[in-house]
Design a binder for this molecule. Sequence first.
Ligand code: MG
Ligand code: ZN
Length: 599
Amino acid sequence: MLLIAKRKLSILFFSFLISIGFAQNHDEIIIQSHNDYKQKTPFWTAYTSGLNLIEADVFLKKGKLYVAHENGEIEKHKTLEALYLKPLLQVSSKDEDLHKDIILMIDVKTEAVSTLTKIQETLQNYPQIINHKHIKIVISGNRPNSDVYHTYPAYISFDYQEIEEPIAPENLEKVALVSTSFNQYSEWNGKGRLTHHDYEKVTNVIHKGKKLHKPFRFWGTPDSKTAWRIFTELGVDVINTDMPKRCAEYVHSLVHRTTKPLVVSKVYQPTFKNDGAQTQVKNVVLLIGDGNGLSQISSATLANKGVLTLTQLKKIGLIKTQSADDFTTDSAAAGTALATGQKTNNRAIGTDVNGDPLKNITELLHQKGFSTGCITTDEITGATPSSFYAHQKDRSQKEEIAEDLLTSDLDFFAGGGAKTFKKLEIKKQFSIVNHVDELTNSKAKRAGLFFSKGGVPSIITNRGNLLAETTKAGLQFLKQKEKPFFLMVEAAQIDSFGHSNNTEGIVNEGVDFDRAITEAIKFADENEGTLVIVTADHETSGFSVSSGDVQEHKIEGGFVSHDHTGTMVPIFAYGPQSDNFSGVYENNLVFKKIVEVLK
Ligand code: MG
Ligand code: ZN
């Protein structure tokens, strides 16, 4: 009878309670430094990593409060005061240092009431801590009966662990966290996923716990990236870890690293009519995804309902990207290898290891009566496109590279960076069109299109379908010259978003690249003798597709660096002689293979 009355009262009261600390997004996730005193630098590692909950096991021994895991491990200098109250006092004295809540969770290992009495006595000597609006003292482990929670002072609150039992409103008010043991519901090791059976049990207890409108915590959890992510997704408010720094980095970046695509690539089904045919190649379209490694391609594919036009292609190889002077290439050396067939030093544009100019493919093919062009979502003087027309020792020589464009053999270019040409008479050399539509029917001998004065907008800042449209128009422009042609198309910003570790950018630039690839494949199907090659200059950021959801088009990206990596990158080919591009080989052989199939 009493129990029922109590429960009804509780329910009535719950509706008036304001939920506090209820995790709404990943920024509000509370990360708990489990057994924090075991860290090399207790308190400070957790605090400087931005953790909000610091846990310490506390023993009362001969009138003193010690921090230790076992009674036998107690050390004289490891007291609650030395390890936690003194550092807390230090941070509490500088308000700007403590702008978010910090919870000191004291896990009482000795008799509840006497230990708590001693804790209160000790805390009385730290008015700055107990009166601080951002510091909470939460008692866990051996606690007094929940019926008396309300008799404790304002600065003490409790970790409530009897989630099956009712609690009176005045005592619930003293509850800071609702916790239960994870092992009771699952033996999951933190790898892969929970079994469907365990998932249901775990979900149910979280649901039950959250009915108390307090942050919900499991203890005894697996401690891994997968576990941190899954608990976050399940709505667990407190993530328990022995790796405070790594967990904070992972959890706090999870939202930023997880994305859904904003653009869609409408997949084109190639005819394969001439794919692999041993017939003459007339035109070559070389599409380069800057920084487009296998994981970048995977992320775009999985985000685009599991398919791209690119993933229809059947002839695939891998290329090694090392430069002449570095294991990890930059776009200049890689672009030069693709454009000239020679490996060179990083930063070199169309020059060899001695700084001497190398003949590039547009120069070579121009002599043989080909038309040539370059399209990029970078500035046209960027390292990748300029490797196909310029000769400079260093990629930063923008002015000189711009001058090289004027004297180059290119018949057509499109890209950003108009301002670099301000002082140059580019209009004497190229008919500059203002819009992609003007390009399609332009009868100009040489045409140029600037997308922007400086850098080109990214796909997530409204570039729209510019790359695919320009590829389509550029192919028409070159076609109506009625000569064989070579066109290089660069999706430049997959790389930029790799450098800034931005999953959303990588995925969307990758899907957008596929829209340009689609135009090239369609053109190849309509124009016999056109060979399409799709590759990358290198991989960027050690990107990985750690988790995701194909149905929801969701991708979680992971990163190992902010720079390029030495991993091999895929190369796809479609059209006559496409077989020549299968296998595993060095990047400079791509040039040689192109020259070979054009013979
Ligand atoms: Mg580039
Ligand atoms: Zn790069």
